[in-house]
Design a protein around this ligand. Sequence first.
Ligand SMILES: Cc1ncc(COP(=O)(O)O)c(C=O)c1O
Length: 356
Amino acid sequence: MNNLPDFPWDRLEPYKARALAHPDGIVDLSVGTPVDPVPPLVQSALVEAANSPGYPLTHGTKALREAAAGWLRRRHEVTVEPSDVLPLIGSKEFVAWLPSYLGARRVVFPELAYPTYDVGARLAGAEATASDGLLALGPQHVDLVWVNSPGNPTGRVLPVEHLRKVVAWARERGVVVASDECYIELGWEERPVSILHPDVCEGSHEGLLAVHSLSKRSNLAGYRAGFVTGDPALVKRLLEIRKHAGMLMPAPVQAAMTAALGDDAHAEEQRERYARRRVQLRPVLEKAGWSIEHSTAGLYFWATDGTSSWEQVSKLSEIGILVAPGEFYGSAGGRHIRIAMTATDERISAAVRRLQ
Ligand SMILES: Cc1ncc(COP(=O)(O)O)c(C=O)c1O
């Protein structure tokens, strides 16, 4: 497998070493890994299901699928049949394998994007095209288009009108649209909308998949919990392949995910934590010379002080703050940095003091 990109995070190591040397320790805002506790009700559900000697179902329990459908209806005005829900062992594995499942030859994803869309295309031996303009793609057939709203790394929300155009374009050409909605619950200045919302897809899920993750909403990155839903025929095909390939979510995690999807209070509490961190960090970053672009939703600030992304990474590492260079997400990110809200309140306060 020699067509995979180098793992870029290794290049951050020298800056991490510098940040670690700060007398008051590192404030690591470079990755989006949750640091706040797993909600107690979710932990209890996991423990109660600990005695699970048999193989779990690839399709997940009925309770899990009903909980996912219920959450989509309650929170996002999306109606799906529970039978059209398919559990994922975290959404990343699905992002990486979907092009292979579809036998895709050409995959399109946003210019600034989560790197796994590209990796998935490469794993399938497909052509990978980073493009925000579908009209500029030319006559060559496309099999799969990824959209990601709110987006990583920019925190940009795609409006209903934009999503409608993507769906119409794809339907005219028989292209599958996969919408990565893992940050959908983290809307701040804008309300993110699912690709499966009736205003976008006019009630038909044909050719559409929405990918969801519990990692950020419920601090479950360590459990590996997500799901995909949408076009019933597509979901059925995916289920068949995943059954053969043994892509089974562990039964205790299924129970934990069911509990998480059935409860909104813990998700609201987590949202409030991120909201507070944003309010603390934004003004000091702006005062220190950064302007924040997009970032109306999601887990990150997409910021620039006008210099190269590595210069900004270097400058912040000197005061013990580690951020990700925008370049990791595409060449268009060469003058930006991505700043994550995933550090404890204590570490965020340390960053605020250092930036002042
Ligand atoms: C855009 C995007 N999609 C998918 C994922 C994967 O999330 P998980 O595998 O934890 O569900 C991430 C993780 O940060 C992400 O940023």
